[in-house]
Structure formats: structure tokens, C-alpha cells
Write a protein that binds this ligand. Structure first.
Ligand code: PLP
Length: 414
């Protein structure tokens, strides 16, 4: 693989160089010479996922659950097979696995259903300083509705959740701890199992926002000890508009429905409605049928490669990028040394939008902004960061283009 002009070869970064993946050819939307480093926002799609979605519409399409004709029965099987794959992917049960629009909807569902039923005035919800707005705003709205209080766990100086400090903030009034498994800005990875033990010891539940973890880490909801776990398919090489919420069975069974409509009922009378069991109780209306099929293809694709191989690949590239960027004067790297595929930085006092614009001219797509994590930006003391995020298709050549683009940015801004 090509390195940049001044870049060290891969082996020089490691005692034993990890084997990098070479998957770029599977992504038709990646033209030669374009470094797509915004996978944390949304992942590019490999060919099998695109084909599965195309076939779902162009060959197999029909509604699910209601039709008695064969085509609809087959589509229902495909939709439910996707649920089985999603459940297996998380090591959860099928009847614990709900399709939602994405992680944002998943957390809103929990806040509105479980939250309204279980959180009241004086109860406490414990978040962390690095959460995405999707894991802050639904809880703020719940707290405003109910009179609950929000606590915020601090970070270590290098930008990881300070687990000891978080645990010290758990009180008997804490009903929920809600954390990101992997930070979408810093890439730092939480010790979820440790936090789960502490939350459960105090009688609190644990929600894990797995948006950035599901595409990168082996997720086992049993081993993690989560009560709620969610992710969005589009960050896992799948389509937009679908995601997964997993909820531990006894908790899910006691949760009231959130959205009402078709497909989530048992019997409807004007005076009284009875509801279907979970997961159907939480899937009102015609679902994202082709989305589920696409998600299934994405899970299969990731499992064929092996999530551990993707994680090792991204960590290796992140380590190379960190080492290369650390050599540049006036460049500030945010976050811990060891991260899962995501790297935030500042180039002197050049605005991250200017950095991203100049990088774009050189064929490098990164994200610049607050990354839907304004409280974290305040903690970092910046209005925005530049963020490069890696993917299964990323390469050393992408890193080289990134470094070259940043050097050019520095020259332009003197
Ligand atoms: C950590 C994290 N949580 C939640 C979300 C929200 O995901 P979505 O917009 O797909 O609902 C994102 C997306 O950027 C994320 O990175």
C-alpha cells in the first residue's frame, strides 16, 4: 500500500505490523484517489448491501406480516431473518430486538416508554460529558417532563469516561445510567461492564449508545451487562432509516407502547386497545422492509470479514495517523492514545471548517464541527474539531492524503 512522501512505512510503526484489510474494491461509491474519512458520520456501502437493497425493491418487494400471498410471506421471512441476525450480532434474543429508525429513535423510544413509566420527580439520570446529543436531549426532555435531575460524569484528562468518578456519582436515586460505548468525537472506548456492575448494584438500569461501537467492536450485550443497547444501521455499512434497539426481556415486557398505529396491536375498539407482545408492540406502522434486508446484508458482510479484523485495521490506521500528525508542529490531537477508529484534531487556530475545506480540495473528506457533542466541545475548550474516522475500506494511502492535506493547510495559513 502506498505511503505518503514523508510517511514512515507501516512496519516502522509497530513491532509486528498488523495485517491491514484491502476492501476498497467492494465499495463502488469510492473513486480512485478519494479518501473518505467520515465513516463515523455514515459508512459507505459495500456491493452486497447495495445489491440486497436493490433486490428487495426490484425483485422481492411486498409488505410484511399482513399479506397472505407467497411474495409477502417471503418478504416477512426476510424481514424476520434480519431481526434474527441483528439479535445474534448483539448476542441478544430475537424477542428482545426492535427495529427503529436509528439510534436517535431508539433512545427517544426508551425515554418515552420506559422513562415515562419509571422516572419521576427527584430521580436522577446519569450521563457523561462526551455524549452525542442523541443521548442527552431525550433525557433532558424527560427530566423537564418529570422533574428528574441529570448528573454528568466527568472525563479523564485524555478524554475517556472517568469510570471511578462516574461510579461515585451513582446514588440510590439514580434510575438510569446512559453512556456511549465509543465516543463519536474522540474514539475512546468505555468499560461498559464495570459501569453496568456499579449501576446494577445501585438498582439503576444501563443504556448503551452503541452507534460507534457496533461498526468497530465485538458487542455482546450479555457480557457488557447492558439493559438497553442501540445502534444505527447506516454506520454499520447498512442503509439509513433503520437501526436496532435491544432491551433485556423483563424490562421490555413491562414497557408500555410509545407510538400507536397498525401492526402493534392485539385488538382495537374505540373504547379500548390491547397491544401486541414485544417486539411488535414497538413497531407501529409499515416498517422499513428493504432497510431490514439491507441491514441483514451489512451484518453478514461484517461477520464474513470479522469485526475483530475491522477493529484491528482501524486501530492500526488510527495509530499511524496519530503518529504522523503528532510530528506536525502546532497540531493538537484530542482523545486518548488508544482509540477505536476515530481521531479529532485541531490545526493551530485554523477553523476546522477551513481545514476540512482545504482537505476536500485535496480529495480528503473529513468532518468538521461540534459533531452533535456541544458539551464535549465546551470541555475541550473549542467550538469545533476536525475529525477523521476510519472504516474497513480505509488505507494507508488515505492517511497519507490526510497528512498531505493538513501540511498544505498549514502552508496556506502560514
Ligand atoms: C455516538 C452516537 N450516538 C448517536 C448517534 C445518532 O445516530 P443517528 O443519527 O443515526 O440516529 C450518532 C450519530 O452520529 C452517534 O455517533
Amino acid at each position: 500500500m502506498a505511503g505518503g512522501a514523508g510517511m514512515k512505512p507501516l512496519a516502522a510503526h509497530f513491532a509486528t505490523a498488523p495485517r491491514l484489510l484491502d476492501l476498497r474494491g467492494e465499495f463502488p461509491a469510492l473513486p480512485e484517489g478519494w479518501a473518505y474519512l467520515d465513516a463515523a458520520a455514515t459508512a459507505q456501502k459495500p456491493r452486497p448491501v447495495i445489491e440486497a437493497i436493490t433486490n428487495a425493491y426490484a425483485r422481492d418487494y411486498a409488505t410484511v406480516h399482513r399479506g397472505v400471498y407467497a411474495r409477502s410471506a417471503h418478504m416477512t421471512e426476510a424481514y424476520e431473518a434480519a431481526r434474527e441476525a441483528a439479535a445474534r450480532f448483539l448476542n441478544g434474543r430475537v424477542d428482545e430486538t426492535i427495529f427503529v429508525r436509528g439510534a436517535t429513535e431508539a433512545i427517544n423510544l426508551v425515554a418515552n416508554s420506559w422513562g415515562d413509566a419509571n422516572i419521576g420527580a427527584g430521580d436522577r439520570i446519569l450521563l457523561t460529558q462526551l455524549e452525542h446529543h442523541a443521548n442527552i436531549v431525550p433525557w433532558r426532555m424527560l427530566a423537564d417532563r418529570t422533574g428528574a435531575e441529570i448528573d454528568v460524569a466527568p472525563l479523564t484528562p485524555d478524554g475517556r469516561i472517568d469510570e471511578a468518578a462516574l461510579i461515585a456519582l451513582i446514588t440510590p436515586a439514580t434510575k438510569l445510567v446512559a453512556i456511549a460505548h465509543v465516543s463519536n468525537v474522540l474514539g475512546s472506548v468505555a468499560d461498559v461492564a464495570r459501569i453496568a456492575d456499579a449501576a446494577h448494584a445501585a438498582g439503576a438500569k444501563l443504556l448503551v449508545d452503541g452507534c460507534q461501537a457496533a461498526p468497530r467492536l465485538k458487542v455482546d450485550v450479555q457480557a457488557l451487562g447492558a439493559d438497553f443497547y442501540c445502534f444505527s444501521a447506516h454506520k454499520l455499512y447498512g442503509p439509513t432509516g433503520i437501526g436496532v434497539l435491544w432491551v433485556k426481556k423483563p424490562i421490555l415486557d413491562a414497557m408500555p407502547p410509545w407510538q400507536g398505529g397498525g401492526a402493534m396491536i392485539d385488538e382495537v375498539r374505540f373504547e379500548r386497545v390491547t397491544y401486541a407482545d414485544a417486539p411488535q408492540r414497538f413497531e407501529a406502522g409499515t416498517p422499513h422492509i428493504a432497510g431490514a434486508v439491507g441491514l441483514h446484508a451489512a451484518i453478514r458482510w461484517v461477520e464474513d470479514i470479522g469485526i475483530e479484523a475491522i477493529d484491528a485495521h482501524e486501530r492500526a490506521l488510527t495509530a499511524i495517523a496519530r503518529a504522523e500528525l503528532a510530528r506536525l508542529n502546532n497540531l493538537r490531537l484530542f482523545g486518548p492514545e488508544e482509540t477505536a477508529g476515530i481521531l479529532s484534531f485541531a490545526v493551530g487556530d485554523i477553523h476546522p471548517h477551513d481545514v476540512a475545506t482545504i482537505l476536500d480540495e485535496g480529495g480528503v473528506a473529513i468532518r468538521a464541527g461540534h459533531h452533535c457533542a456541544q458539551p464535549l466541545m465546551r470541555w475541550l475548550g473549542v467550538p469545533a474539531t476536525a475529525r477523521a474516522s476510519f472504516s474497513a475500506h480505509s488505507s494507508e494511502a488515505d492517511v497519507a492524503l490526510l497528512v498531505k492535506g493538513i501540511e498544505r493547510t498549514m502552508r496556506i495559513f502560514g
